[in-house]
Structures are given as C-alpha cells and as structure tokens.
Design a protein around this ligand. Sequence first.
Ligand SMILES: O=C(O)CCC(=O)C(=O)O
Ligand SMILES: [Mn+2]
Length: 256
Amino acid sequence: MDLFAATPLQLVDDAEGGIRYWPAFVGEDEAAAWFQALCEGCDWQHQRRPMYDRVVDVPRLQAWYPFGEEPGDDLPAGLPLAAMLARVQATVPGAYNSAGLNLYRDGQDSVAMHNDKLHMLVPGQPIALVSLGAPRRMNIRAKAGGRALGIDLEPGSLLVMSHASQTTHEHGIPKTTKPVPPRMSVVFRARPDVFSRPPMQPATDETRQRTFTPVRTLQRPPLAPAPSQRSVSAAQQAAAGAGVQPALRPAAKTGR
Ligand SMILES: O=C(O)CCC(=O)C(=O)O
Ligand SMILES: [Mn+2]
C-alpha cells in the first residue's frame, strides 16, 4: 500500500467505511495519460432519459464497461481500465464488476443530487470513483438535513463511498458558470447480475450520439455566432478551447 493511499480524508462515517477521499491517489502524469486514453478510446454515449412527462438530455456523456473475475479478458485492451482497477483494488478491495464513466464537457454538464440506485449495487460493497481531467466540486449532503459538504475532486484522486452511505447521503456535481475544461469520473461498482443488465440506452435523437470529439485531435471551432443565434457563454467558449464543440451542446432542459 502506498503512502498516499494510507491517509484518506474521512468525509462521512459509517460502519462500512463511510465516504473517504484520497486527493493524490495517482500522480499527475499517470492521471493525464488515463484521461487522454479514455477520452479518445471510450464509446461515449449521450443518453436521453424520461423525466415526468417528457424525455430530457442527460447533461454529460457516459460509457459503461462490465467485467468478470478476469477483468483483463472483458475490458477493452486499448483502455487503461484494468490498470486503474488494479490500483483501486490495492487501496480499497471490493467485488467490482462494472466501470461507469462520466464525461463533463464543461460547466454546463452536471449530475443532480442523488444516491446511487440501491437495487443496482451489491450490499456491503464500496463504490470507488477516480477523477481525471479538470477539478470539479462534488456536494455531499445528509438526507436527514444540514449543510452540504463541498469537495473539489482533483484529477488523480479517489473517492470511495460505502454502500451504506447511499442510504444516508446524496451526492452530485453542480453546474458552474466558471470556465472549466472537461472532467471525467471513472466509477467502479459491484453490480448484481452485471452481464444481464441491458446495455445503456443511447440517445433517441441520432444527432445527439457521440458528440464528444477527442481532445487531442479537435481544432478550436469558430465561435462567432450570427446575431440571431443565442450568445455563447464564457463556459462554452472555454470548453471550445478545451476541445468541446459548443454547437453540439443541448439547449433543452436536462435531467440527472
Ligand atoms: O462524476 C462524479 O464524480 C459523480 C458521478 C456519479 O455520481 C454517478 O455516476 O453516479
Ligand atoms: Mn452517483
């Protein structure tokens, strides 16, 4: 066990380890290499989700990879997921069998306050979340009430949430008007019946699928909008500089 791994910050306490944070779980260079490889190599999907009486955009891109007891046999060879899993296992051992990835293209991407769905988690098993790319604030709030705790999730950090904490606390990544470059989370979980779960539902609107262009290859797109178009926000301009196409951002109401 390395030194950083030995000293997590305890954010929430419970009988299963609560919520712990390792700010420097891996070094900067390794985190940057993982981010680049995952940006370019993952099968990023843009989902839409029913919310009340309509279907809304999920305000981030997602990818999902299930794996069995020999993760190297199931995980795509070109991605660093097996190496990341080995590092996570060395710090917080668990019966992980799923890697869920979120890509926040800019400050408009987010995830609303929620707890991870209990019926899709094996009881007692940890949820291990590796952050890459730009830092983003996560809010963690007790369901019983009280002020939310805000923690800036640094690239190369590890946040581990117990299964029990999903019954007592909610977490979320709020939108921000600050110009923030893309950020990614890679979340290892133990799912019941992981291989029988239906694959992620892609966006129903074809044009909303695969809207992320790998950061290394993208040229800065022109930003001058025609007078009739809505203005481009500072966050969108920054995202464009970081390799995200503002023209492809959804304008509609978004869901979690
Ligand atoms: O991106 C994050 O840090 C949080 C993601 C999350 O909460 C989830 O995927 O359920
Ligand atoms: Mn979550």
